[in-house]
Design a protein around this ligand. Structure first.
Ligand SMILES: [Fe+2]
Length: 248
């Protein structure tokens, strides 16, 4: 299966100032790049909105995606509202107690999508995740906005990491097969591994964050997507960058 992951769009309201970055142009640009990979499936892994969930922004994003004609999933990040998001994309059936987590069958694989909008994987969601993994007697693929491991990015690790990551790690480490996790949120490109957990952090469609500083710092304004190819038991994935649209 061929999947393209796009993350952390941070689209603002019409005309809203977003660090001098033309976030809408960035998103259109990355979708055109995504098309060249001929993915069967596109995943937007959270932070679709600049600061907080907004129906008009979701509708604009949906228009761009529908125009592209590639099947896609949308996930909620900490700058989103899962209920508004599900409504705007007509996916209310996936909501469970106002959270947007679900599993999909794609090319005979199960893909799990978690909701970490609150900076946590809720207790109810943890129970669901355990069940999903128990049924899955093979390697797992999970998309979650927050990475479940610290990533050696001091600003994000200390201020914005998944708060109950030890609990979540315990569930994932108990899976007797590899667990391939695709995250965003950190605005960096990084691969982190702990035992059977392979965490891939995909760069943002907005800007990237400095990986060495305790303080917030923009590293660069190139934008990235991740192309994932999982066929015949071989998992390949790579990040591809484009120049972002920025005026400074
Ligand atoms: Fe985020």
């Amino acid at each position: 299966m061929r999947i393209v992951q796009i993350t952390d769009l941070h689209v603002g309201r019409e005309g809203e100032e977003t660090y001098g970055v033309d976030v809408r142009a960035n998103f259109r640009k990355i979708l055109q790049a995504a098309r060249q990979w001929r993915p069967e499936y596109l995943v937007l892994s959270g932070d679709l909105c600049y600061r907080d969930g907004d129906v008009a922004i979701y509708h604009w994003i949906r228009e761009q995606l529908d125009e592209l004609g590639i099947p896609y999933e949308v996930m909620s990040g900490n700058h989103d509202d899962p209920v508004l998001l599900a409504q705007a994309f007509e996916r209310e059936d996936l909501l469970k107690d106002s959270e947007l987590y679900f599993a999909r069958q794609v090319a005979s694989r199960t893909i799990i999508f978690l909701d970490t909008t609150t900076g946590l994987v809720s207790g109810q969601q943890q129970g669901w995740l355990r069940e999903q993994l128990q049924q899955l007697e093979q390697e797992a693929m999970i998309f979650m906005h927050h990475p479940p491991l610290e990533a050696g990015v001091p600003f994000m690790d200390s201020k914005h990491a998944l708060r109950n990551r030890s609990e979540v790690q315990a569930i994932l480490l108990a899976h007797p097969f590899n667990v391939h996790i695709f995250s965003g949120h950190y605005h960096v490109e990084k691969a982190v591994r702990k035992q059977n957990l392979l965490v891939h952090i995909t760069p943002s469609c907005f800007f990237q964050i400095g990986q060495h500083s305790e303080q917030f710092q923009v590293d660069h304004y190139r934008i990235g997507l991740r192309a994932i190819n999982w066929e015949n038991g071989v998992m390949m994935n790579a990040v591809h960058y484009l120049n972002g649209e920025v005026q400074r």
